[in-house]
Design a binder for this molecule. Structure first.
Ligand SMILES: Cc1cc2nc3c(=O)[nH]c(=O)nc-3n(C[C@H](O)[C@H](O)[C@H](O)COP(=O)(O)OP(=O)(O)OC[C@H]3O[C@@H](n4cnc5c(N)ncnc54)[C@H](O)[C@@H]3O)c2cc1C
Length: 379
């Protein structure tokens, strides 16, 4: 048992206090498939979207080790609240780490004021990562952007999109990160159909038709977009997804354990049956192992070490774990668990989004292999 840092303790109490109202809003989201403004206000007003932002920009400056227990609690409530807290506690990192003084002074106060930032990489007609075909061509003092993105969270609402576009003719080379403000002419946002879980979120299509950005809209160096995205944002974000997997898996396991003690078949609670007890043992061990890996990676990051391999390993282990745990939790509920009579139905659906956010299991393993082949076994 570890002692919690004072800020962790404070924000765990804040999360506990907000939980009843967020639970009610979660039910509303499931009914309406809309994200209520009140949900965003509750998260923003209670600082939960600025826990990791450095104090000079108005945040709490929490280390990953201190912040992750709070994120885990939010992940137990609803997938879309979790997405907000996870996303916004990572999104400031790109401008803060790689921005010029002018870019920091322009964008970080806007972030601090509670505006949404997002990241635009994925494309409908190409694989993720280097395989992008959205292009940015320098014409005089302006970049001209053409192409399509999809599945971009909050694309219509975000004050700023970190847009990754190709600045070389050669496919698979030279991606650059651009700071794209809301309502830039030449950008059309279209809605995708509703998602399976994490209801209420918007994950949109963005179409760029001769979209013009000034020369100084480039973040970092031209051609460094993917490296900057990985180091500035994706490593921490992948680790945060593993934490989100832990929160959701703990919730699913709690529901299953509780149900197994209430549900009587053939005259006994199912928790007394050996097959069910084996399943509970597997779920617990699965969660414990990912927690240990996450603690190690978070401590390394907080100590200033690179964590590209560790973050990808945690994300990979986390997404496999949350798949197994939510499968077992649903099965333990029997057929009634497949209806909306029980919360496990929603958590099962919400868990599946975690497989895709910040890259699939295949991509994580490829990243791990790249790192190991380049640097050896350093963990
Ligand atoms: C809820 C949600 C929110 C999202 N938010 C954002 C966002 O804000 N910004 C953003 O940019 N993206 C976002 N995404 C997109 C997400 O990052 C991608 O869906 C994910 O990275 C997978 O990429 P893809 O969909 O292009 O799959 P594909 O690349 O088409 O992959 C399809 C399948 O093929 C496998 N595969 C593909 N290439 C290889 C390979 N080279 N080797 C082996 N296997 C391979 C994959 O693992 C996968 O199983 C979001 C997705 C979801 C579901």
């Amino acid at each position: 048992m570890t002692t919690q840092a004072p800020l962790t303790q404070k924000y765990l109490e804040v999360a506990a206090k907000l939980t009843p109202e967020l639970d009610e809003l979660a039910d509303e989201i499931e009914r309406t498939e809309e994200f209520p403004t009140r949900g965003f206000e509750l998260l923003a007003e209670s600082d939960l979207l600025r826990l990791t932002l450095p104090p000079e920009w108005g945040g709490q400056g929490m280390s990953l080790i201190d912040y992750f227990p709070v994120l885990q609690e939010i992940a137990k409530i609803h997938g879309t609240f979790r997405m907000f807290v996870h996303g916004q506690n990572g999104m400031w990192r790109l401008v803060e780490q790689w921005g010029t003084d002018e870019q920091k002074k322009k964008w970080l106060p806007i972030f601090q004021a509670g505006n949404i930032f997002t990241f635009g990489l994925t494309e409908p007609d190409n694989g993720t990562g280097r395989d992008i075909t959205t292009t940015a061509v320098l014409e005089g003092d302006e970049w001209v952007i053409n192409g399509r993105k999809h599945l971009i969270s909050w694309a219509g609402e975000a004050a700023l999109v970190h847009l990754i576009a190709r600045t070389s003719d050669e496919r698979g080379r030279e991606a650059t990160c651009f700071l794209l403000p809301k309502d830039t002419p030449g950008v059309t946002v279209e809605k995708l159909p509703h998602t399976m879980g994490c209801k209420g979120g918007s994950h949109d299509i963005m179409i760029f038709e001769n979209t013009r950005l000034p020369k100084d809209a480039v973040l970092g160096d031209v051609g460094a977009g993917l490296l900057l995205g990985l180091r500035g944002f994706l490593d921490v974000s992948r680790l945060s997804i593993a934490v989100s997997c832990l929160g959701l898996a703990r919730k699913a396991m709690d529901l299953a354990v509780d149900f197994s003690q209430q549900r009587i078949t053939f005259g006994k609670p199912i928790s007394s049956r050996q097959a069910v007890r084996l399943s509970i043992g597997e779920m617990a061990a699965d969660i414990y192992a990912v927690q240990a890996a996450v603690n190690d990676a978070a401590a390394r990051f907080d100590a200033g070490e690179p964590i590209t391999a560790e973050a990808a390993m945690c994300k990979y282990l986390g997404l496999e774990m949350v798949g197994r745990v939510t499968d077992q939790a649903l099965r333990m509920h029997g057929g009634i668990g497949y209806t909306r009579a029980h919360k496990i139905e929603r958590h099962y659906r919400d868990a599946r989004a975690l497989w895709f956010e910040e890259g699939t299991a295949e991509i994580q393993r490829l990243v791990i292999a790249d790192e190991v082949l380049r640097h050896g076994v350093t963990f």
